[in-house]
Design a protein around this ligand. Structure first.
Ligand code: 26Y
Length: 806
């Protein structure tokens, strides 16, 4: 018997198979003879899950005994990726699960196909949340990730005539066997209504709508440890009384369920937008729903322990993943002041000490603001609290900077014109004790520009924590062949839990046999991906579509390359497969035009037999974590070409470098740190840096002058304008010529020249492979484990709690 009073589940193949059969009979209610592939899959999941559930029980017991300081990570997005392979790896059941699958007559590949990825996020921020919870468990940090269980995740991207068409992602159509529902932990959430004061002068919020939040959780095991943490996801429900039986009986079926439907809509769909200021009421409702459910749950957990509220920050640190959950600040104030009866000043100190805020952008237009009028209707009490916070903030500003009215206006939580809006980033800075950017340059620019006034007033609050990625998911699982080579070279597989160990690969940088194996694996990964000739240079740009990321710059270069091949068909061109993948926000028309144009250029090239031996453009639809795991290990070249000063960090850049892709990139986000670590000679740098870009914009930027001076650039844009690609994309070219907000044309020539350096480097395959190996060997810093240990030591001040076997 182990510490939880149970006989441990068996670790032999026979026992695993027994448990699997038992799950098939008793939990799926079927037999081997009549089992479908789905039955086999779900039984397998349950068998693996049970082994993690056992660890989860021991984790809970260890946490309870230790009564530690907890990390609560609040995020509107989690892009967890497929669960099966990871959970098999983390539970150490690889061999026995494979044997059981064999006995059952199913293949691991078939089982993976049935393992649906929960697409509960848009892009980088959501995947970062998933990498961080993985690393927190790996480092034995007591933590819970809170999020929303959207019925529909990020849309499924399809192409119709090359244009993006969005389809709903019904990810739980077959259920989700990884999930544990916990309806008894449901919470009540208020919306609308008004406030009143009672005899004692305490404020009471009389809501206009009441919704239930029902949690379920997914297990988040650590790698190489017994810890299993959770992400707890909330789903909105109508209350018991929300079904109107009388109306139903009268045949008013739609009206009878109207209230329940309205409630459930809150967690219906991930707001599929990471660029524009759309969203309004439902999104704000989602944000408050997440925050209100999670804070009540956190307080419930705190009360289990029974300490005084003044100890709350000593036992809880709440990390806000961008401003999306920043309503947690006025919500905690409301709970402490209105419900617990604390005084304002005491409540405010506790609140500030509890929260920390991570900012993920620099673009001022990406900073969230909400109309005051909407707040007033939806969250009347929170608006009062925000006003009170603001008054005290501005008093401090006035006393520190007497007479500086403009500073007061700039720092206010309320933007006055053209419309009164609440500035969520200002709220998040005011209500927290630490604010961090996600790469060195980003953190520095945040303090110098976007949040400059706050950094001047509270310099001690501002930190940097450079992002990182899960080495398990993005190397060990995504790239099994390379992982095996690394393990045999280093002598063991400890690198997956201690990524700096990859440094040991440097010893092989001049070993011809090793470099040959390295190259063979890259080739095999290209063959596995199956898009283009595996001997061609695989040139990869995978990320959300956004003009600042400049997919259009890459496209202009592809067109130039196409022209060069047409003009010189016998020339000695380096064969390339150019791969684009990524989604555009449904309402982001400019990004969608770029997607459509890429597909049109791909088709034109494909139809030209003089060009196809040298150039192929592929654009697999629906980029997600699963597809990333297939593409990233196959990449030779990683495109990180955003305009300097615009990409907060990037994390794809890290995943690609870790898998031995060489980066072509600007001095932006974490590219800078990648280049510093892998060595400038193993990185293709081009383009304007941030000061030069700022200077060029300030001095008056005229994109047309670049067009006029550069014949190849002119030819590329003229080709688009003259309809060479099926008449598609004229608006893209026009926008570049007339406006070009992100200085694409200014960087074009430097980019094209840098791509020539890439071609030259590719000619020497030994040197290229050495550079590839050095990228992997030196990418250890970009492990999410390092990121989490930075958060733990500089912001969270938490200690690990070890979970033992018995
Ligand atoms: C408010 C709403 C429209 C919204 C929704 C999602 C706003 C922003 C987002 C997502 C932002 C995002 O993914 N940002 C990225 O975060 C990564 C992780 O820190 C960074 O690597 C990346 O540079 C940044 O763009």
């Amino acid at each position: 018997r182990n510490g939880i009073g149970l006989r441990p589940l068996g670790s032999s193949a026979a026992e695993f198979e027994q448990d699997l059969l038992s799950n098939l009979y008793y939990r799926r209610g079927t037999t081997v003879e009549s089992a479908s592939a789905q039955d086999a899959y779900e039984s397998l999941v349950l068998t693996v899950r049970d082994r993690l559930a056992e660890r989860r029980a021991r984790t809970t017991a260890a946490h309870y005994a230790a009564n530690p300081r907890w990390v609560y990570y609040l995020s509107a997005e989690y892009l967890l990726g497929r669960q099966l392979e990871q959970n098999i790896l983390y539970s150490g059941t690889g061999e026995i699960a494979t044997a059981a699958m064999k006995a059952l007559g199913v293949s691991p590949e078939e089982m993976d196909e049935l393992d649906i990825e929960p697409g509960l996020g848009n892009g980088g921020l959501g995947r970062l949340a998933a990498c961080l919870v993985d690393a927190m468990a790996t480092l034995d940090i007591p933590a819970i990730g809170y999020g929303i269980r959207y019925d529909f995740g990020i849309f499924k991207q399809t192409f119709v005539d090359g244009a993006q068409v969005e389809k709903p992602d019904d990810w739980t159509f077959q259920g989700n066997p990884w999930e544990f529902p916990a309806p008894d932990d449901r919470q009540t959430v208020f919306f609308y209504g008004h406030t009143t004061r009672d005899e004692a002068g305490r404020t009471k919020w009389i809501p206009g709508e009441i919704v239930l939040g029902e949690p379920s959780h997914m297990l988040v095991p650590g790698y190489g440890t017994e810890t299993v943490n959770i992400v707890r996801l909330w789903r909105a429900r109508g209350s018991e009384s929300s079904f109107d039986l009388e109306r139903f009986s009268a045949g008013q079926y739609a009206e009878a369920v109207q209230e329940a439907v309205r409630a459930e809509n809150i967690s219906k769909v991930l707001y599929p937008d990471d660029s524009t200021e759309l969203g309004r009421e439902l999104r704000l409702k989602q944000q408050y729903f997440l925050v209100s459910c999670s804070l009540r749950d956190i307080l419930r957990r705190f009360r289990l322990w029974g300490g005084p509220l003044t100890d709350f920050p000593a036992k809880s640190v709440i990390q806000l993943n961008d401003t999306h959950p920043s309503l947690a600040i006025p919500e905690l104030m409301r709970l402490l002041v209105d419900e617990e009866g604390l005084g304002w000043d005491e409540a405010w100190l506790l609140t500030q000490r509890t929260f920390a805020y991570t900012c993920h952008t620099l673009l001022p237009e990406a900073l969230e603001t909400w109309p005051v009028a909407l707040f007033e209707r939806l969250l009347p009490r929170h608006l009062e609290i925000i006003y009170e916070i603001n008054q005290r903030l501005l008093d401090e500003v006035r006393s520190r900077y007497p007479g500086d009215i403009d500073r007061v206006r700039r720092m206010s939580l309320i933007q006055e014109a053209p419309e009164r809006r609440v500035r969520m980033a200002h709220l998040a800075v005011a209500g927290t004790s630490a604010v961090n950017g996600v790469a060195e340059l980003h953190s520095q620019l945040l303090a110098e520009t976007t949040l400059h006034d706050f950094a001047t007033m509270w310099p001690g609050k501002f930190r940097n924590v450079t992002n990182g990625v899960s080495p398990r998911r993005f190397l060990r699982i995504a790239n099994p062949a390379l992982s095996e080579l690394i393990t045999s070279a280093l002598g063991d597989s400890r690198w997956a839990g201690d990524l700096d160990r990859l440094r040991g690969l440097e010893r092989f940088a001049d070993d011809p046999a090793f470099l040959r194996s390295w190259r063979d694996i890259k080739r095999a990964n290209k063959a596995r991906l199956g898009l283009g000739d595996p001997d061609a240079l695989m040139d990869v740009m995978v990320k959300r579509f956004h003009e600042y990321k400049r997919q259009q710059l890459k496209l202009l270069h592809v067109i130039t390359q196409y022209h060069r091949i047409k003009d010189n068909p016998g020339g000695d061109h380096v064969p390339r497969t150019v791969l684009f993948a990524g989604k555009a926000a449904p309402a982001y028309h400019a990004a969608k035009s770029i997607i459509r144009l890429i597909n049109a250029v791909a088709a034109t090239i494909e139809a030209d037999p003089a060009v196809t031996p040298y150039l192929k453009v592929v654009f697999p639809p629906n980029y997600n974590v699963t597809l990333g795991e297939l593409i990233i290990p196959a990449a030779d070249l990683s495109e990180q070409i955003s305009l300097a000063g615009k990409e907060a960090s990037g994390t794809g850049n890290m995943k690609l470098a870790l898998n031995g892709a060489l980066t072509i990139g600007t001095l932006d986000g974490a590219n800078i740190e990648i280049r510093e670590r892998v060595g400038a000679e193993n990185f293709f740098l081009f383009g304007l840096d941030t000061p030069a870009a700022t200077e060029l914009k300030a001095s008056g930027y005229h994109p047309r002058s670049y067009y006029e001076r550069d014949p190849e650039l002119r030819a590329a844009l003229d080709a688009i304008m003259s309809g060479a690609f099926g008449g598609v994309g004229k608006e893209v070219a026009e926008s570049l010529l007339n406006w070009d907000e992100y200085l694409t044309l200014a960087d074009f020539r430097a980019y094209a020249e840098c791509q020539e350096a890439v071609d030259r480097a590719w000619q020497d395959q030994t040197a290229w492979t050495k550079a590839s190996l050095l990228n992997t060997a030196r990418a250890g810093y970009f492990s999410a484990d390092r990121t989490v240990s930075d958060y733990a030591s500089t912001i969270w001040h938490v200690e690990p709690v070890r979970v033992t076997r018995d």
